[in-house]
Design a protein around this ligand. Sequence first.
Ligand code: DGI
Ligand code: FE
Ligand code: FE
Length: 192
Amino acid sequence: MDYNIEVYKEDITRRLSPFRLHHSFCVADCARALSEVYGWDPEKAYVAGILHDVLKEQPEEEALAFFAARGIALTPVEKAAPKLWHAMAGAAYIEEVYGLPADIVTAVRWHTTGRAHMSLAEKILFTADFISADRDYPGVDDMRARARQSLELAMEEGLRFTIFELSERRRAIHPDTLAAYNEILLGGNNDA
Ligand code: DGI
Ligand code: FE
Ligand code: FE
């Protein structure tokens, strides 16, 4: 499939601040590199990275109208966490507007929370968002080392950090975040 990468770049350049634009390019490069190691299509990974935060700076009222128009109902946790909306809206947007394939769409859809039974594409984008070149939190180099060993190792640590931070700030943890964490922690697909 041919991807109109120049069109996607124009789209994010129009929609995102310079800071987040730079982040998107870094995630795209990182997702491509991880794909070369772990075996997803590097071009798809680059596209997913470019577009993963495409609606991150969409005004909240617009996001809510976007969901309402598509009959997408938010759970109470989602209603209380506008930071989760860009993944839900972004996935619907890139599917509708660009007709992108399901592996790219689901990678964008779950790049913020993760979920149980993640695909390779989902794991690669989720991990790339944590370790891209623009990230500089304490411990990021350890995260990069983990990601070279295994995606699950990096994801487990990333999810633990997210759950810790959110609980410190008295924020709700999305069930998909917990499902992703529990599955990796227990070492496989442990339903129920
Ligand atoms: O879009 P980015 O900033 O690059 O990164 P992201 O899509 O991973 O978004 C991170 C934000 O999402 C961060 O502020 C925490 C929030 N978040 C992630 N998982 C959960 C969550 N917020 C809630 N309330 N619950 C979650 O499970
Ligand atoms: Fe994001
Ligand atoms: Fe991001």
